[in-house]
Ligand binder design. Structure first.
Ligand SMILES: NC(=O)c1ccc[n+]([C@@H]2O[C@H](COP(=O)([O-])OP(=O)(O)OC[C@H]3O[C@@H](n4cnc5c(N)ncnc54)[C@H](OP(=O)(O)O)[C@@H]3O)[C@@H](O)[C@H]2O)c1
Length: 291
């Protein structure tokens, strides 16, 4: 029986992954590791750790672990490392793959909405503004949020990650580059603002998408509803309702007032589930079943 380890099990994503693993049907032996634990040989390990820890552990573990699945952004853009959402690009995992990256949570919500439309429309450009939950910043940000006087209480903060030399935040650059890699559209233009809002869990995005031809709204809705783990709703859906749910929800679809080649819509999903732990569980399921 395969041995699967969770590294960083005491963190926000690690704890969610632990409960997600109960859904895996293929039998396996589970091992969990915290900060100071020795990690033995494993068939699969999921690193639920921050970038510096993943950067240090991945090279150390490569010879001892069959497949490494990393939740951090450390290796997402490294050539040869597949950046995987099982509903979208499972084909990027091959027999020679040893390290798999799980994408940024906000990017995941965006590409879940774009992937079902890709066979029908050539995307010219996409813009989004994110409304990102506190839990996306892990335990340290949740602790800050629950401390009286937190900047994040009753507020929105237009900085997630560090501000880079070009003025964009690291989170905004993930939205651009990870979208291109996952969708395998190297020239798609992605414009974004990423904003932390006073919502404990579940991220949202307001999206504007331009294609090369007019959108057929009924076809768009049908494509979304036929895609696994994606639901289009005619009702207004809010992050409060989707926290704890596995599906990515889309609502408020409308054509642009002046340009039929442009649509606007709202996406909301649990960043700890589809944005992290559920995606990690789905990757492990794929590995257990196919490799
Ligand atoms: N939160 C999200 O929505 C989300 C979404 C997608 C991706 N991610 C990524 O997932 C990773 C984990 O995020 P998180 O939100 O769960 O962060 P977190 O709540 O801060 O948890 C990180 C965990 O890593 C543990 N850790 C630190 N050094 C370790 C080591 N050497 N060995 C084993 N464990 C160690 C910490 O241990 P202690 O408990 O002892 O401090 C902590 O439990 C990050 O890279 C993050 O960017 C997060």
């Amino acid at each position: 029986m395969e041995t699967v380890g969770i590294i960083g099990v005491n963190g926000t994503v690690g704890q969610k992954l632990l409960s997600q693993f109960k859904k895996i049907k293929t039998p396996f032996t589970l091992k969990t590791f915290g900060r100071n634990d020795e990690i033995p040989a494993l068939d699969i390990a999921v690193l639920c750790t921050d970038n510096p820890v993943s950067e240090r552990l991945v090279p150390q573990l490569k010879n001892r672990v069959g497949f490494l699945v990393d939740m951090s952004s450390q290796f997402r853009m490294t050539q040869g490392v597949p950046l995987v959402i099982p509903e979208i690009n499972p084909h990027t995992i091959t027999k020679t793959t040893r390290l798999i990256a799980s994408p940024n949570c906000t990017t995941t919500g965006l590409v879940m909405s774009l992937a079902p439309l890709k066979p029908f429309y050539h995307f010219k450009e996409v813009f989004f503004c994110s409304y990102q939950a506190i839990s996306g910043g892990g335990k340290p940000l949740l602790d800050d949020f629950h401390t009286p006087g937190s900047l994040y209480a009753n507020n929105c903060v237009p900085q997630i990650g560090s501000i880079q030399a070009n003025g964009h935040t690291s989170e905004e650059l993930k939205g651009l580059y990870e979208t291109r890699k996952i969708l395998e559209i190297p020239d798609i233009k992605v414009y974004c603002h990423t904003v932390r809002v006073s919502v404990e869990n579940a991220h949202s995005l307001g999206v504007t998408l331009r294609a090369d031809k007019p959108f057929d709204l009924e076809q768009v809705k049908k494509q979304w509803n036929n895609f696994p783990n994606l639901i289009y709703s005619e009702k207004v859906i809010t992050p409060k309702e989707v926290s704890g749910k596995e599906e990515t929800f889309i609502c408020r679809l409308r054509l642009d007032v002046e340009d039929p080649c442009v649509i606007h819509y709202f996406v909301t999903f649990d960043n700890l589930l589809k944005g992290a732990a559920m995606n990690g569980r789905q990757i492990v399921e794929l590995l257990l079943e196919k490799f």
